[in-house]
Design a protein around this ligand. Structure first.
Ligand code: PAF
Length: 283
């Protein structure tokens, strides 16, 4: 396992791989890895590809300083998980934010066609500006041919696709299915911070999304939203938002017929832990 903590060591390693004719397949992460990340690394592992994983807790995408402070940093365990669960043998784990935000860094102020203004963007001001900038910078550092992102962060994936298009980057963006715990809860680094009871209760998020999906042909969108909110009434979970959006524009729809591609996205508090999830209603 090669753990590069600086850019020159990573550049040297990847230049050699490119010269040998390999493609670079890249999975950016913030560490605290779990099965979801391992599934991204597995999907990245393809013939003639060298898989690179970055582990960097990006301070600029946290709008809440307490959330940044509490974010788990588990490098040793992450490396062990990568080694045991995937073919990835090159990890970029910068030892300071200056390694990522060096003198080549230029802040991007891309217009994102409103994708960044809704849902997570509305509730976490500045979050996507941080994500766009770090991902663009990581792309400049790793120079990948293909990158892999989880569909749990549905909005992030849409924004990264748009960013890549707007900046004319010759990089394929692959969206990978959500990995779930046996009770349906979407895998997330934050799940580790849930009590056993809350982890069990949080299964309701996926259940309620699935119910919404199975009811959409029978009921109006408004009724489906009301059912969803009611399903949380006797639970300790608190819904921050449920947005039913057009899967391309991410703008809310108010009737099913307004789109051919509907996605339901939600953020729910389990105590102080904020969880997100989504489901495709139809496409
Ligand atoms: O999805 C994440 O873990 C992060 O937002 C990412 C893409 C690694 C950027 O810091």
């Amino acid at each position: 396992m090669y753990v590069c903590t600086s850019r020159p060591s990573l550049d040297k390693m990847l230049d050699e791989k490119r010269k040998q004719g390999h493609k670079i397949h890249f999975v950016p992460t913030m560490g605290a890895l779990h099965d979801g990340h391992i599934s991204l690394l597995k999907q990245a592992s393809q013939k003639n590809a060298v898989v690179v994983c970055s582990i960097f807790v990006n301070p600029t995408q946290f709008n809440d300083k307490a959330d940044l402070d509490k974010y788990p940093r588990t490098l040793e365990a992450d490396l062990a998980l990568i080694e045991a669960g995937s073919d990835c043998r090159i990890v970029f784990a910068p030892d300071s934010p200056n390694e990522v935000y060096d003198q080549t860094y230029q802040e991007q102020t891309l217009g994102l066609e409103g994708l960044d203004k809704v849902m997570e963007g509305a509730f976490r001001p500045g979050h996507f500006k941080g994500v766009v900038n770090v991902v663009n910078q990581l792309f400049a550092i790793v120079k990948p041919d293909v990158t892999f992102f989880g569909e749990k962060d549905f909005q992030q994936l849409a924004i990264i696709r748009l960013m890549t298009k707007k900046l004319n980057l010759d990089i394929d963006i692959v969206g990978c299915p959500i990995i779930r715990e046996p009770n349906g809860l979407a895998r997330s680094s934050r799940n580790e911070r849930l009590s056993v009871k809350m982890r069990a209760e949080a299964a309701l998020i996926h259940q309620s999304l699935q119910e919404l999906k199975s009811n959409y042909l029978k009921y109006s969108l408004e009724t489906c939203k009301t059912h969803f909110m009611r399903s949380f009434e006797n639970s300790p979970l608190e819904v921050e938002y449920l947005s039913i959006v057009d899967g391309h524009t991410l703008q809310e729809i108010s009737e099913w017929h307004e789109t051919a591609y509907a996605q339901a996205c939600t953020a729910v508090f389990a105590g102080e832990i904020r969880l997100i999830d989504n489901v495709q209603i139809f496409a």
